[in-house]
Design a protein around this ligand. Structure first.
Ligand SMILES: Cc1ncc(COP(=O)(O)O)c(C=O)c1O
Length: 398
């Protein structure tokens, strides 16, 4: 068999979407899916949101790209708006999440270099973490499936169990630059950091001059019912990565930092041809226009609660399949009981019940719907899910 035109790195399923509308996707044959995957937590405004579509179309006709050789009124405006609603003093725009991670790692190293501590290069990261697929990002996770065959990887990462504060503190040494951690682990199994863990990391950073880097690429931008997941913990990071919801389908990411943490990122230390171009900035502005409407985040919180309650009622009826609910807001997962396998269940829901969800680690399946869902979508999801649970025959059924 010759290699496929698309490099065969993805186990693509039979769904071949050609159109989207709100919370629904339509395949080549016109079949409809309720999209509780949302491009893996990306399409925060659903598909074809008129305000986002118009902003992109208008900007494309006005000015799409100029490079970072020139002044950027569009970038300055979006950066300021993000700064106004976050801990940050400065923003570097990227085209993806993993580029934001690269920028965060570089910013942390340069911080200690600028402070006269160039030996502080190591980041303590966490088991089951997912930070993307660059060499830097796969070096920052212990997951063998992402690392195997790509060695030698970037040195300078220590891996500790997620939510193990004692282990994290014990891993600090003279070469430690800080912690890189998802506030809520997504791909790894939808586990929220415990308050003791997240606040404990913050405290250690304050006491020892280290940097707290939060990866909110999946859990930020309204996903948990607050603009940023760190707001649930009453702390602020020094550096944070965001992507996914920031462009709601337009490829955009950002690395946010305090003035202090970004002190080493001076002219010439970093760059990107496309990052922050006018088209991306217009998309980012349109997303914020919608997300900062007064009822947007409260609605995410309400819908998240409703969905969780519905799952809580569902679990006892299928307790041979489902173990527990994980996550926060509209970033929810259900852990399945062996021998049921979450990947098989995701395939079953998709192929037999028209419901799109995403598998995650630790035998969890994720629900990451557009943040604009209403009660009717929840009712439909729960109906399809309980039907799916009733008809699921087990591991071989997909
Ligand atoms: C927490 C987290 N970090 C980083 C990434 C990488 O982002 P991207 O795929 O846009 O490079 C992802 C993507 O799923 C993610 O969930």
């Amino acid at each position: 068999m010759p290699i496929t035109p698309l490099m065969p790195v993805y186990p693509r399923c039979g769904v071949r979407p050609v159109r989207g509308e709100g919370v629904y996707l339509y395949g080549e044959r016109g079949e409809q899916y309720l999209d509780f995957a949302a491009g893996i937590a990306v399409n925060a405004l659903g598909h074809g949101h008129p305000h986002l579509v118009k902003a992109i179309a208008d900007q494309a006709a006005t000015l799409m790209h100029v490079s970072n050789l020139y002044g950027s009124p569009q970038g300055e405006a979006l950066a300021q708006r993000i700064i106004d609603v976050s801990f940050a003093d400065t923003v570097f725009f990227t085209n993806s999440g993993v580029e934001a991670i690269e920028c965060a790692i570089k910013t942390a190293r340069r911080y200690h270099y600028a402070n006269g501590n160039p030996q502080r290069t190591k980041l303590i990261t966490f088991k089951n973490a997912f930070h993307g697929r660059s060499l830097g990002a796969i070096s920052a996770t212990d997951q063998a499936k992402m690392r195997d065959g790509f060695e030698p990887l970037l040195p300078g990462f220590d891996y500790v169990r997620f939510n193990d504060l004692e282990g994290a503190l014990a891993a600090i040494d003279d070469e430690t630059a800080g912690f890189l951690v998802e506030t809520v682990q997504g791909e790894g199994g939808m586990t929220a950091g415990t308050p003791e863990f997240i606040t404990g990391l913050r405290k250690a950073c304050d006491e020892q001059g280290l940097l707290l880097i939060l990866d909110e690429i999946q859990c930020g931008y309204g996903r948990t019912g607050k603009m940023w997941a760190y707001e649930h913990y009453g702390i602020e990071p020094d550096i944070m990565t965001v992507a996914k919801g920031i462009g709601a389908g337009f490829p955009l990411g950002a690395c946010l930092a305090t003035e202090e943490a970004a002190k080493g990122m001076v002219i010439g230390t970093h760059g990107s041809t496309y990052g922050g171009n006018p088209l991306a900035m217009a998309a980012g502005q349109a997303v914020l226009d919608v997300m900062l409407e007064p009822d947007f985040l409260p609605n995410v919180e309400r819908m998240g609660e409703r969905l969780r309650q519905a799952f809580e009622q569902l679990i006892p009826n299928h307790d041979h399949l489902f173990e527990e609910i994980r996550g926060r807001g509209l970033m929810l997962g259900i852990k399945m009981k062996e021998p049921a396998v979450s990947r098989d269940f995701v395939a079953h829901l998709r192929d037999n019940h028209g419901l799109l969800t995403v598998a995650a680690g630790e035998n969890v399946f994720r629900m990451l719907p557009p943040l604009v869902i209403d009660e009717s979508h929840i009712a439909e999801c729960v109906e399809r899910l309980s039907e799916g649970a009733r008809t699921f025959a087990g591991p071989s059924d997909d």
